[in-house]
Design a protein around this ligand. Sequence first.
Ligand SMILES: [Zn+2]
Length: 209
Amino acid sequence: MAKHKDAFSRLIKALCALPNVGPKTAQRVAYTLLQHKRNDAQELADALTHALTHVNHCQCCNTFCEGELCAICADEKRDTTRLMIVQMPADIVAMEAAHCHDGLYFVLMGQVNPTQNMDLSHIALNELITRLTDSPVQEIIIATSFTAEGDATAYVLNELLKDQPYKISRLARGMPLGSELEYIDAGTLAQAVYERSLLNSNEKLPEQP
Ligand SMILES: [Zn+2]
């Protein structure tokens, strides 16, 4: 009996690692999985183990992929002079659904929290610098969310890159304040990309895709 209790506690503790899941929710999920959905629970465990073994970061854009390069970075038809910087892999999915960017991406895998001393240790800035070294990139589109964190992240990126020979633009502020990119409809997202504004120059942007 003690052993069962340990296993159950371990499961609840593990579930608490999920975003927005507290102990009560974790307990409810654990009951449901073990009582009613044992097949689904097995599939979840198998899929998680498989993903942990096979999914890594794309060597070019830092998103999740299997193998060295993701499908977008491996696509020779993409415009290699335009790099869009996003916070999370889900943002790429939203952008691709909006069909408004034919360049490449870079994923920071996080955002800057302005209430935590602008800590940068958890976002992939070093990987971004490596990505840009000796690259054909001419324009960088900062596509962070229109939240306090997204604004702070955009600020950090602009400060980091503004003296480099890139045109730096940010998505137009046509989106509702507080918007996470992945929840914005494709039409609004496309409009925000087409109407993006330059941050470090008065030059005109290249023709819109
Ligand atoms: Zn990639």
